[in-house]
Design a protein around this ligand. Sequence first.
Ligand SMILES: Nc1ncnc2c1ncn2[C@@H]1O[C@H](COP(=O)(O)OP(=O)(O)OP(=O)(O)O)[C@@H](O)[C@H]1O
Ligand SMILES: [Mg+2]
Length: 381
Amino acid sequence: MQTVQNERKPEIDPARASGIPSIVLSDVFKFFGDVAAVNGISLDVRQGEFLTLLGPSGCGKTTTLRMIGGFELPSAGEILIEGQVMGDRPPYRRPVNTVFQNYALFPHMTVAQNVSYGLEMSGVPKMERKQRVADALAMVRLPQVEGRKPAALSGGQQQRVALARALVNRPSVLLLDEPLGALDLKLRKAMQLELKQLNREVGATFVYVTHDQEEALTMSDRIAVMSEGRILQLGTPGEIYERPRTRFVADFIGQTNFLEVDVVAADGTAIAVDLPGSGSLHTRIPDAGQPQGRMTLAVRPEKISLRKDVPESEMPGMNELSGRLEEVVYVGTHTQYLLRLPGGQIITVQRQNRAVGESEYFVGETPTVVFSPLSAALLAD
Ligand SMILES: Nc1ncnc2c1ncn2[C@@H]1O[C@H](COP(=O)(O)OP(=O)(O)OP(=O)(O)O)[C@@H](O)[C@H]1O
Ligand SMILES: [Mg+2]
């Protein structure tokens, strides 16, 4: 049997040339009984993009991926791949390959046989099979182990064999569901970079699922942050980190200070808010929602600095708070300072540990806490 995959080599893909999205999800829902695992997702994934679905356990990442792969059918909505409506097409008739977290390799077969197996099933001739297996193993940088059995490989090598097995079919779309979850931290970091490189090299669209925010920031062209079956925000890693639209997104990605504030004045470009106990602060206009009433001001710890005895004139336009230093935590590359503000709130400040001789701060001191209005995001929820 000749499969769709064999007809769809990326280099001759007409969809790529025409510039249409690689994958389109249009108002997709999936119900399991009463549970809305996916609750209305619309999304365009670009050709060759590395897109990550990021969110906490149970938010619908795997279900979304399984629907793209054809392992589940949507309860409502439509999925297009390379411009074609997928409808109820089974997985083997989609130009897609999937790498699952528990990448079961066949233990009794060699690495080469494992990678070759799918091609054999689709009737690819022996000579071509040999060449494509060699190419796929070279792509994942494992040419030297093709005669070994899986048990004689490390976890990272096994993971790469699983990738080679998916890549050998030359899919237009590669779906990866937490493929690095089983690996230790160092290996995971190395594989993250390799996967990103592989994405550039083979030109296939990668849809990657993880609940690890750092992994998502490292690898992705864009991240879709999910919660309860919905996409809350879609953007580049920089946009998601620097301009979160909701408290959930700001909280899920990285570390953030949240201060409850009251909006006192807003014009088209700047906003004044009152932080109870500390007084007036300034912030940029919110990316979402109207500035009014009680809101949350979000500021990343590394965007805040501490100063001793700085004349006000040296920092025009900056927000300044007084705080009492309650705790100093040394974390190697940086130090975290926890300060209590006059209104009782705690604010965390992070400073890079750089040159010796920089001024230090000690518990009990009351340095000035300084941050730019541009570093503060006003969030409605
Ligand atoms: N086959 C199924 N039958 C019933 N409920 C299901 C089924 N598959 C998933 N669910 C439910 O749908 C919701 C989303 O599940 P899903 O596996 O997509 O989450 P996830 O984001 O991948 O989570 P995790 O990070 O834990 O893997 C969960 O509430 C889950 O319990
Ligand atoms: Mg999952």
